[in-house]
Design a protein around this ligand. Structure first.
Ligand code: ZN
Length: 590
């Protein structure tokens, strides 16, 4: 008898989702249950059990059964003579992200890692799920978006679903809402798109733009590892993110990033969203199937360590744009500007000299996912540095094999050797495979890129593929690279935000003028050169002359005075241009 779950979302105002779990027991006196503490794809122990309320259990007669708790996420139900155990609990769903659960009168979104407990020892068994129609009036017109296999339910309908095992069950995010929908078919596979929340997205345009991106990704790998795919997007004011799943992705984005009716070009905002879709879709191969050996299977009870996230996130971050440009959706310079801005995200981080990308990956759980105000000085992102390495590898392979091979070859070899046969990628295996399938030596790039903290020599590598990398000082606080023709500005070396009193420092970079003046994160600058300032006027005051600027600030309630020395913005902002446009076209597709 399979375990059966019933999900009831009847209490939107309290943000409570009720779960009933029906488990058959035979000759056991104790039923052990556990819940994941993290969700695959997001490397932080989130302790989903903290949101469980009112756990109880009864037998088939309705008699209460005692429950012992042995760990934060493990419970034992004393079932002695029971033949069937019904476990009930509620989850508090008030995390508006794609990693947990969120439920109100506008929608209900949940991941299985937040909602479901597993029966210990029976994780491999199939399970059935009833997604009960909510009895609250707000849900009258709601539909269901999920790729969980239907077991009698209609498409988009409430009712009966199933999953092959617990691992599958927690890999089908579910959303109930009133959706905007569109769809397209590539390689005979139906792809659905749903958007919830207030938005004015041109859904047909979205389908038209996503189709060639998906088509090209399947073409590159040779086959699709799913027989359906669902893009789920929550349109919000300013949240941003995506999480990959086996045949769907859960996305959240600012509503301005979705294309409006009549919009013709691909704005930078829309490009952000398209590359997010491209990124998560690419993960269907790279991390969902080609995955670190330590994720085979996932240990959802504790942290799972790997030094390879630079590959799984960095390479994915690199290809997210490549498939948009290869699809012909943007022009060559727009693609180069996007790539240049990503490079700046590495060259502007002093922390890249403190931590290798392998260390960044290994410590994702405590450092990358738990960044504090000193993070830019202390760590490097395995996304951005991994992206930098992908860029260097692709350029080197193209240059050194006289354009006969590219990073695509290594990617496809990983798919054939590890992804398709479901073999985890051991530490070091990517470099070994590169030695076998790539007809040039890449030792220098792997060694320097993965295990050292100085910058890879990207400019000469890019010259070999027709692109020119140059750097210039930032021209404003929001200048992340690409085209920029304003004069360089005086540098403060701190990020600032508005504050009721003035300008609040949110990060202070190592060796910056702000640090040299003794200013720290959290300080609020209230006056500069004797004049009251806020976060906008402080920048203007700094640009008035090249002498030190006298500032008055508060650190908590202590008044401090400091002289900020003059320094020009460092040359850390990247530009890419095409020296040989035809050669760049063989790389970017445009
Ligand atoms: Zn990713």
């Amino acid at each position: 008898m399979t375990t059966h779950y019933i999900v009831r979302a009847d209490n939107p105002y309290a943000h409570l989702i009720s779960i009933e779990m029906q488990v058959s027991v035979t000759d056991q006196s104790v039923l052990s249950l556990w819940q994941p503490v993290w969700i695959p794809g997001s490397y932080l122990v989130r302790d989903f059990n903290k949101n469980i309320i009112g756990l109880s259990a009864i037998d088939e007669q309705g008699n209460s059964l005692a429950i012992d708790q042995s760990r934060k996420n493990q419970w034992q139900v004393n079932c002695s003579t029971a033949k069937k155990v019904v476990v009930s609990y509620q989850i508090y769903a008030w995390d508006l992200s794609i990693r947990s659960a969120h439920f109100d009168q506008f929608h209900c979104f949940f991941n299985g890692t937040s909602a479901f407990m597993a029966v210990a020892g029976r994780e491999a068994e199939p399970v059935t799920v009833e997604l009960a129609k909510p009895n609250h009036a707000c849900a009258d017109h709601w539909e269901v978006a999920t790729t969980m296999p239907r077991n009698g339910a209609n498409k988009w309908g409430f009712g009966q679903y199933r999953a092959d095992n617990f691992d599958a069950l927690i890999d089908y995010p579910v959303e109930y809402a009133t959706f905007s929908k569109s769809s397209f078919t590539v390689h005979g596979i139906e792809h659905d798109i749903v958007v919830s929340g207030i938005h004015d997205c041109d859904m047909e345009r979205l389908a038209k733009d996503l189709a060639p991106i998906c088509q090209l990704q399947i073409d590159t790998f040779g086959d699709a590892p799913f027989d359906q795919y669902l893009f789920m997007t929550q349109a919000t004011d300013n949240q941003y993110g995506g999480l990959e799943h086996r045949d769907s992705t859960a996305l959240i984005c600012p509503r301005e990033e979705l294309p409006s009716a009549g919009e013709k070009d691909i704005s930078d905002n829309y490009l952000n969203y398209l590359t997010l879709c491209s990124h998560e879709y690419f993960h269907s191969w790279n991390v969902k199937r080609i995955k670190p050996a330590s994720f085979h299977p996932y240990d959802l009870d504790q942290e799972s360590y790997t030094r390879q996230l630079w590959w799984f996130e960095g390479i994915t971050s690199y290809y997210e744009l490549l498939f948009v440009s290869r699809a012909g959706l943007i022009d060559q310079q727009q693609a180069l500007d996007y790539l240049a801005k990503k490079l700046t995200r590495v060259t502007r981080m002093p922390g890249r000299h403190q931590q290798t990308v392998e260390e960044s990956s290994f410590n994702a759980w405590t450092k990358f996912y738990q960044q504090d105000e000193n993070a830019p000085n202390a760590i490097i992102s395995y996304y951005t540095k991994g992206y930098f390495i992908a860029f260097a590898l692709d350029a080197a392979i193209r240059q050194r094999t006289n354009h006969k091979q590219s990073l695509d070859h290594l990617l496809v070899a990983l798919w054939e050797n590890y992804g398709k046969p479901h073999i985890g990628v051991p530490e070091g295996a990517i470099e070994l495979l590169a030695k076998q399938v790539i007809d040039c030596d890449l030792t220098d790039i792997f060694e320097q890129g993965l295990r050292q903290t100085d910058d890879l020599p990207l400019a000469p590598l890019l010259a070999g593929i027709g692109a020119k990398l140059s750097q210039r000082p930032a021209t404003s606080f929001t200048d992340w690279g690409g085209k920029g023709d304003e004069q360089p500005k005086r540098w403060l070396g701190a990020n600032i935000a508005s504050d009721p009193l003035g300008a609040k420092l949110t990060h202070v970079l190592t060796n910056s003028p702000a640090m040299q003046a003794g200013l720290s994160t959290g300080d609020v600058i209230v006056a500069a050169d004797g004049l009251k300032v806020n976060n906008t006027t402080l920048i203007k005051r700094l640009q008035r002359h090249e002498a030190p600027v006298h500032v008055i600030a508060f650190r908590r309630d202590v008044l401090i005075e400091a002289d900020v020395p003059f320094a020009l913005a460092p040359i850390d902002t990247c530009l890419l241009s095409a020296d040989d446009s035809d050669l760049v076209k063989t790389w970017l597709g445009v």
